[in-house]
Each structure stands twice: as C-alpha cells, then as structure tokens.
Ligand binder design. Structure first.
Ligand code: BES
Ligand code: ZN
Length: 433
C-alpha cells in the first residue's frame, strides 16, 4: 500500500469515526463553506441534514480533478456545471477533506457545503450565472487624462492621517473615529458628482462601521462595480489599547482608493454603472465587515460586475510593479486586471498566492461574486512589520511612490468596468494639461 493510499484510508476511517462528533462550524476557517444564498433561499424545503447526516458539497472542477488524481473517491456527482459539481458526502468527511487538501496540495479545498441538495444545486447555477464579464477595454478617452492626475502626495497624506490614529481597531473608539473621518473625506472629494454620497454602515456585534461611497450609474444603475479595502488595523500581540498604525496594512489601500475618489470626483465623469468605494470594518478579525456586506448583497440579489480589493500597496518588498493574487479570486477578472495594468499603469505585473482567504475579496468570492485582489509584492516578500507598532510610513520608505501605479489601476478599473455614460463627453480641461 502506498503512503498516499494509506493516508486516504486513514482519512476515510477517521471520517467515519468522527462523523457524529464533527462540529459543522469548525471547518469554516480557511475553507469555503458559505451556504451561498442560504439566507435568501430559506424558503427552499428539502431533506434537511442533521449534524451526523449527509451534506451536499459543491466542488470546483479543478479541485475535483486533484482529489480524483490523488485517488480519493467522492462517488458520482449528482449534478455538474461547466465549473463545479455537487456530491453527497457524510458531514464528518468535510474536515478531513479539508485536511487532505492542505496536506496533499498545501492549500485550502475549494468546496462549499450546503445542508440540502436543493441549495447545493441552486448555488451551482448561481456560480455559473454570476460571472461579471465580458470585460472590455474601450475607455481610453477618459482613463488616459484621468490617470495623469494621480499624485503621490495625495496618497502619502492619507496614509499619514490614518496612521496617526492610535489604532483603528474594530472595538476601539479611535477605530470609529477613523471610519468617520474617511466618510467625511470621501463625501468632500466626490460630493460634486450627481447623486454621490457616502455613509457609515453599522455592524451587529462591534462598534466600528464600514464606509460606503456610492456614485450612482446614469444608465445601468442596478449594476455595481466595487473598489474596496479594509480600514481597520490591529496589533496582533497588544490588544485593544495597543498602538497599531497600520500604515501599510491597510492605510495604504485606503489611501489609493481615496486618491482615485479625488481624481474621479474632480473629473465630471458620469458612470454608466454604479460605482461603490468601500472601507471595510473588522477585516483583521476574520473579514467580518466584508462578510456582512457581501452576504447582504447576495441576499438582496445585488448585481456586482466586479470587485477589486486593495490590501497593502506601499511596501516594495520584491521590486517594481503590481502583484495579482491568484487564489480566492475570479480568473477572468484577474486576467483583465493584467491588461489594465499593461495599458494604463505603466509597471510590470505578476501573480502571487496567499494560500488562504487572506483579505476581503474572499468574502465576495464566497458569496458568488467575481472578485480580484492586488498586492504590493510577492507574498513571500511581504512587509514583516504589519500587525505591530512598527507598521509606519517610514518602514515603507517614507513616501508613497510604490502606490501610484495602484491608484492609476483603481481609476482605470472604475472607468473601464462602469464605463462613461454616453451623455457626458470628456471635458476639454481634462485633455489640456
Ligand atoms: N493584509 C493582510 C493579509 C496579507 C498579509 C496578505 C500579508 C498577504 C501578505 C490582512 O489584513 C490580514 O492580516 N489578514 C489575516 C486573515 C484574516 C482572515 C484575519 C491574516 O492574514 O492573518
Ligand atoms: Zn492584516
């Protein structure tokens, strides 16, 4: 017997032994078990599973191929789509399937678990139906003059302001004050655009709100393009009262978004689709703010064309350019980001892997939406000062040069995904410089 088949046998035996004891909630860490649309579909009735009983999993085809290649049998699929399949499995198998994926492939398994077959199959069709593309690149007349207005100074000053809060911890008053400051800043910068307004979104269970700026689309108002990053910070060792400047993680991402809001706000652009800029609360404690917002969006059936996540942009860990995360993201949208960088950002790009649901893009992906994420470096070359009192602007070199290309990409993403309304033409003063 090979080592591999021994491990599979052990896995299955363990699964059988622990089937009754395995708690359902425990395999949420790092594994996608979101009952997609579960809340929205509460009416759907079919054989409900008990904790010992079966679950229905929705497994991506690429993961299925890996599981099969490793000799683990899940039986025949009950149904399949172009990208995933539904299997009935004992509940106790899931933690072991997750361990198996980790041990064998060094990463999380790409499955969603559902309590009923109906939900698993609804999610299967939702997975196929929620693709945001095709993504097209045809807004150069707007994007080119706008990206030339992006300034390092704007980004640097926002990082300085946010890092000056003692911390932006989700339970701290200073974390609430930082959110309020951001809401006001986005309102000031974008308030001149028709209908634009920013608001604080409260969450149950902690005091820090998320910040949402909405610039309503002039034509396809119900289709939404989202640019986000987390506004909270954390000192991993010090707790609530400890200093956590979070200059790189993630004042930098919020500063990049704020620079894009400044440029768009002064442009006279009317987007065809609705644009939302989001500063998420409570990312550092389990993507909690973004999970609330993405779940709410799924519950309401919100149409999201694409989501981009900015988390850490200012530390030049492994050289020039923009790094695209390649896990927990939408492959088509990520490929499109590569094109936008080539055409507009003027820097090289490469992909890198987090290996787990490391930031808020994963909340959107979990809820069936096309999401991508950009990063400052390869994950190996990351800033080691994050989550400490040493995550200061000085530790990232004192300036914001590395973030400039990220802000150009944000402007390009906003305009190329939302598109300029046909009613508005590029103002002459934008093309003269
Ligand atoms: N910005 C980090 C994620 C990150 C760090 C990505 C380094 C790549 C390299 C994020 O704010 C964070 O700390 N996330 C948590 C996970 C979350 C689910 C609590 C983490 O990585 O521990
Ligand atoms: Zn962090």
């Amino acid at each position: 017997m090979t080592v591999m088949s021994m491990r599979i046998l052990t896995t299955v035996l363990l699964a059988a032994r622990f089937a009754a004891a395995a708690p359902l909630a425990d395999f949420d860490q790092g594994v996608r078990v979101t009952p997609l649309l579960e809340d929205a579909r509460r009416g759907a009735k079919s054989e409900p599973a008990s904790d010992e009983g079966p679950l229905w999993i929705n497994l991506g085809n690429s993961d299925l191929a890996l599981v099969r290649a490793a000799g683990l049998s899940l039986g025949s699929p009950l149904s399949m789509s172009g990208s995933a399949a539904v299997f009935k499995v004992p509940a106790g198998l899931l933690p072991h399937l997750s361990d198996f994926m980790h041990e064998t492939f060094g990463r999380c398994g790409g499955f969603f678990a559902h309590r009923t077959r109906v939900e698993a199959e609804l999610a299967l069709s939702a997975r196929a139906a929620t693709k945001g593309g095709p993504y097209t690149l045809d807004q150069q007349a707007w994007v080119s003059p706008l990206i030339s207005r992006v300034e390092e100074e704007g980004i640097r000053s926002t990082i300085e302001t946010l890092a000056a809060y003692h911390n932006r911890y989700y339970k701290a008053n200073s974390g609430v004050e930082a959110a309020r400051w951001l809401q006001g800043r986005w309102q000031t910068l974008a308030g001149g655009l028709p209908g634009a307004s920013s608001r604080l979104v409260k969450h149950d269970g902690w005091k820090q709100p998320s910040v949402v700026l909405t610039i309503p689309g002039a034509e396809k108002t119900e289709e939404v393009v989202i640019l986000g990053g987390h506004l909270d910070s954390i000192n991993g060792y010090g707790g609530e009262a400890a200093r956590a400047p979070g200059a790189d993680d993630n004042a930098s991402g919020i500063a990049v978004l704020t620079e894009a809001v400044r440029v768009l706000g002064a442009s006279g652009l009317r987007p065809r689709r609705t644009l939302q800029f989001i500063g998420y609360a409570a990312e550092e404690v389990g993507l909690r703010g973004s999970q609330d917002l993405a779940k709410q969006a799924a519950r309401e059936g919100m149409k999201v064309v694409g989501v981009i996540q900015y988390d850490m942009t200012n530390f030049k860990g492994s050289g020039e350019g923009i790094f695209l995360l390649n896990d927990h993201v939408d492959a088509d949208l990520t490929a499109f980001l590569g094109k936008l960088i080539e055409v507009y950002a003027g820097v090289p790009w490469a992909t890198t892997e987090c290996g787990y649901a490391c930031s808020d893009h994963a909340s959107w992906t979990r809820n069936g939406y096309p999401a991508s994420a950009v990063f400052e470096s390869t994950v190996d070359g990351r800033n080691r000062a994050i989550h400490t009192e040493r995550d200061t602007l000085a530790a990232s070199g004192g300036g914001a040069e590395h973030s400039v290309a990220f802000a150009k990409l944000a402007v390009a993403f906003a305009v190329e995904l939302a598109k300029a309304s046909s009613a508005a033409s590029v103002p002459a003063e934008l093309t003269r410089r």
